[in-house]
Write a protein that binds this ligand. Structure first.
Ligand code: PLP
Length: 454
């Protein structure tokens, strides 16, 4: 490969998502990846890396799975595409929907297919609003989301996203989205109005807006892109109760947490909560094909059908239930079960935490480590005891990530709000030895950073 030429062509012709356009113009692409096998990817120069974020939190079964390629080829040859509109169907979508129903908690038994997470969330919002409209309450259309939540980049999903940098790109939000600003405070959701955080809680916001104006709440069971926050035990149950109290629909965004990432099949399974709608994408195909879904409670679908009479549900994507994507998803879920990857994610959480304890002991800048399954983070502080951050001009987190990249590990800094958080989510196939390799790279990179900034 002519790497110099590829870099120049990329600079000239590729408009990259979530990238500084100016830096790209000056420096070209950061890495050009050529191939992947297991937890590793290799760039065009032949350098190998651990894919510490499963690329974009999605390659759950790891790279280079031939059986996924084979199933895609078979499906493309037999029937590459067929529509799901106006009741048309095909076996891959039917089998996948049945499989999903067998994995989800409660009566989350019905799947509306999309091509990704943003489309799933927008579809969930429209289903929720449509439901209230059919019930004769069109004014019940607000969606309450959480600050620092990430739900995608379509206008609806961006409006639900609670990260300013993403919202600002749209210059104006879609109407009807409000944010709870208090983070995971169980007491508030349980109704403690004396808690100083109450006004910013879901309960505080919903009561202020008027529960009769709220269609649904949405949140990630574990916040991912916003900095990786794990709710305390009891929080999701309290939120479920709050929704039941006011008849509000509960949407969980399991785009990252779905299909084993947190050491359970779904994030909500950590707390035995059943939402009314669940958005999934990413891990449903491990990125081998583009697919998402909104999974809906059967009772809710039945009610919607009853209320609709002969009315159509006027919402759907050309690629809703794409046969190739559905076949790939089915095989991917078979791999996750056959190799017991959900249990492996839970076991590797223990190994990661052991490594974090060692790093915390050794490196004074390392703190606030956390993990649920294979979704993990830590933070870098100038003075961790007094929570004094590094001067943002030092760009400590990006520099740390560069040090890791040099040593063959791709991970990601949280890229907003001056955060020095490092997030990771390696493939669910990772072994104990490979987790230890990651820890060793963190160890060396921490030493390097501490030396270079002192
Ligand atoms: N929801 C969550 C929790 C995500 O992490 C993402 C993507 O990172 C999305 C939604 C958006 O999904 P997509 O990029 O497939 O549209």
């Amino acid at each position: 490969v002519n790497v110099v030429q590829l870099r120049e062509l990329d600079k000239k012709h590729v408009f990259h998502p979530v990238t500084s356009l100016k830096q790209h113009q000056e420096n070209g692409p950061t890495l050009i990846i050529k191939e992947g096998k297991g937890i590793h990817v290799t760039d065009v120069n032949g350098k190998q890396y651990i894919d510490g974020l499963s690329s974009l939190w999605n390659v759950n079964v790891g790279h280079g799975r031939e059986e996924l390629a084979e199933v895609a080829k078979e499906q493309m040859t037999q029937l590459a595409y067929s529509s799901s509109f106006q009741g048309m169907s095909h076996e891959p979508a039917i089998r996948l929907a049945e499989k999903i129903a067998s994995l989800t908690p409660g009566d989350l038994n019905v799947s509306f297919f999309t091509s990704g997470g943003s489309e799933s969330n927008d579809s969930a919002f429209k289903i929720a609003r449509h439901y209230w409209k059919l019930k004769g309450k069109p004014e019940r259309n607000k969606i309450v989301a959480m600050k620092r939540g990430y739900h995608g980049i379509t206008i609806g999903a961006t409006s639900a996203t609670g990260i300013e940098q993403f919202q600002n790109m749209a210059t104006a939000q879609a109407p009807g989205f409000v944010h709870a600003t208090t983070r995971f405070n169980t007491n508030c959701e349980l109704g403690d109005r004396t808690d100083p955080d109450f006004a910013g809680s879901f309960r505080g916001v919903i009561e202020k807006e008027g529960p009769e104006t709220v269609a649904a709440v949405i949140l990630e069971p574990v916040q991912g892109a916003g900095g990786l926050f794990i709710p305390q035990d009891g929080y999701l149950q309290a939120l479920r109760k709050l929704c039941d109290e006011y008849g509000i629909l509960m949407i969980t965004d399991e785009v990252i947490t779905g299909f084993g990432r947190t050491g359970k099949m779904f994030g909500v399974d950590n707390w035995d909560v059943v939402p009314d709608l669940m958005s999934v994408a990413k891990g449903i195909t491990s990125g081998y094909s583009q697919l998402g879904a909104v999974i809906i409670r059967e009772s809710l679908r039945d009610e919607l059908a009853e209320l609709s009479g002969d009315g159509m549900f006027f919402h759907g994507f050309t690629y809703s239930g794409h046969p190739v994507a559905c076949s790939v998803a089915l095989k991917n879920l078979e791999i996750i079960e056959r190799e017991d990857l959900v249990a492996n994610a839970k076991n590797m959480e223990t190994v990661l935490k052991k490594g974090f304890a060692y790093l915390e002991e050794k490196h004074p800048i390392f703190t606030k480590s956390r993990a649920l399954g294979l979704m993990a983070a830590f933070e870098l502080y100038k003075d961790r005891n007094n929570e004094i951050p590094f001067n943002p001009s030092l760009a400590v987190a990006p520099r740390f990530v560069q040090e890791c990249t040099k040593r063959g590990l791709i991970i990601r800094p949280v890229i907003f709000e001056g955060s020095n958080t490092i997030v990771m989510a390696p493939p669910l196939t990772i072994t104990e030895e490979q987790v230890e390799q990651m820890i060793a790279i963190f160890d060396e990179s921490l030493t390097e950073i501490a030396t270079s900034i002192s």
